[in-house]
Ligand binder design. Structure first.
Ligand SMILES: *Cc1c(COP(=O)(O)O)cnc(C)c1O
Length: 420
């Protein structure tokens, strides 16, 4: 069971809000390093193991730098993510470029930065070749189609996913790429998102390992690495059981020993591209209760809105909320916790049992470290918040300032517009 314990106390939060007004996202350096180390330990049996953190989850160079120090690379999928990776100090071999529907210019930039290109589609071979030639090392993304099941449970439907190549295209891609000079190949697949079972990676690994053995036998391609991509989830809800990364690593090792080693492929490196697992629980959105409204329901209006955290509005995703200082108070009130957008889906919680909330209370919205700030937007002219980093010594650094109206208006030049 996950405990849903904030990494901040009320006192710490009050102290921080003296300098930085809510709302803001705050990240926990200690937690980030701890998670990265646990992952690296879980896969230490594979000497070439590397995590390529999915930049889209938390595109902040200060965060990327911490992960770099822990031995991680980055997974990029756009021009700007590549620029971030460069600024944060990631060089050749430390960047995976897992894009789709890719413009030619982005292949060129990825190649210039020494990124490993992960091709989403057969037709992109031509785009890539025209943009930057065919690199010696290339990865291909696999989509096995059908349903992806673990035991009797259907986890997701790859046949409905826009990503990856069919099995036949994969073999053809390897052959064509070899003719054009590629020498080392990778195999990648992302078949289910936010999985809460230690069996996801091992099941996926077994599929990819078997496919890699077959592809090697069919085409003669040298397969240097297998990329398990993202998808290892986190326990957003209090009653859920967290994934155990050590058990996951051990499950992948077992599949490796049973499938790859007997096929003479015991030198294959394992890569991951985790986003949510690395950062999700290590970030929180802090917001202040501003208003209470009593109509057909009880509402608490906060100073954050869906522009700061889109997941509840977009997926009806659950994010646990702790009222700081009331961790042990009885949950005897039923609230909708809402933001100020003119959109009725702007609700962080619906019919949630919580302690009595008073105006001025600080609400800690859990698990916003991945796909939180990064999915932010500007609807209703709402401005993006600051991002803060809680260091191990307890100090707090602003790693991105909050937007101002000037940022919002920066993309047009209209006479008479002033910012005061
Ligand atoms: C989004 C994404 C990831 C990270 O997914 P998580 O669910 O955050 O682990 C990894 N690889 C690719 C290609 C992605 O698109």
């Amino acid at each position: 069971m996950s405990e849903k314990k904030p990494f901040l106390t009320l006192e710490q939060a009050r102290e921080i809000t003296r300098t930085f007004p809510t709302p803001f996202h705050i990240y926990d350096e200690e937690g980030i390093r701890h998670t990265a180390r646990a992952l690296n330990r879980a896969f230490a049996w594979n000497p070439g193991f590397k995590e390529y953190f999915a930049v889209k989850a938390t595109p902040n160079p200060f965060i990327l730098k911490i992960l770099h120090e822990e031995g991680c690379g980055v997974d990029c999928s756009t021009d700007t993510e590549l620029m971030l990776a460069k600024a944060a100090g990631f060089g050749g071999g430390e960047i995976m470029f897992s894009s789709n529907d890719t413009p030619a210019s982005e292949f060129a930039r990825a190649n210039d930065q020494g990124a490993i290109i992960n091709l989403d589609d057969f037709t992109l071979i031509e785009t890539m070749e025209a943009a930057c030639g065919v690199p010696e090392t290339v990865c291909c993304r696999y989509n096995p189609g059908g349903d992806f099941a673990i035991g009797n449970e259907i986890m997701d439907q790859p046949r409905e996913a826009k990503y990856g190549m069919t099995r036949a295209q994969l073999a053809q891609a390897y052959r064509v790429l070899m003719q054009k000079g590629a020498r080392e190949f990778g195999l990648h697949a992302f078949l289910a998102s936010n999985t809460l079972t230690n069996a996801y990676y091992p099941t996926l690994a077994r599929i990819l390992f078997k496919t890699a053995v077959e592809l090697h036998q069919e085409t003669g391609a040298h397969i240097g690495f297998i990329n398990l991509s993202g998808g290892v989830g986190i326990a957003y809800r209090p009653h859920e059981t967290e994934n155990d990364i050590a058990v996951i690593g051990e499950g992948v090792r077992k599949a490796y020993e049973e499938v790859l080693v007997p096929a003479g492929m015991g030198d294959v490196r394992i890569f991951t591209e985790l986003g949510r697992f690395m950062l999700g629980p290590n970030g929180a959105l802090l917001t202040t209760a501003m208003h209470e409204k009593h109509t057909y329901k009880e509402y608490i209006g906060v100073d954050a809105c869906a522009c700061n955290l889109m997941r509840p509005a977009m997926y009806r995703a659950y994010h646990h909320i702790t009222v700081l200082g009331k961790e042990h108070a009885p949950e005897d009130h039923l609230y909708d916790v809402v933001g100020g957008l003119c959109e009725n889906n702007d609700k962080f919680a619906i019919d949630r049992r919580m302690p009595k909330i008073d105006r001025g209370d600080l609400l800690y919205i859990h698990d916003t470290g991945a796909h939180g700030f990064s999915m932010g937007y500007n609807y209703n002219g709402k401005l993006r918040s600051a991002e803060l980093l809680l260091h191990r010594d307890g100090s707090v650094q602003m790693i991105r300032r909050a937007e101002t109206p000037k940022d919002y208006f920066a993309t047009f030049d209209f006479a008479g517009l002033t910012f005061d």
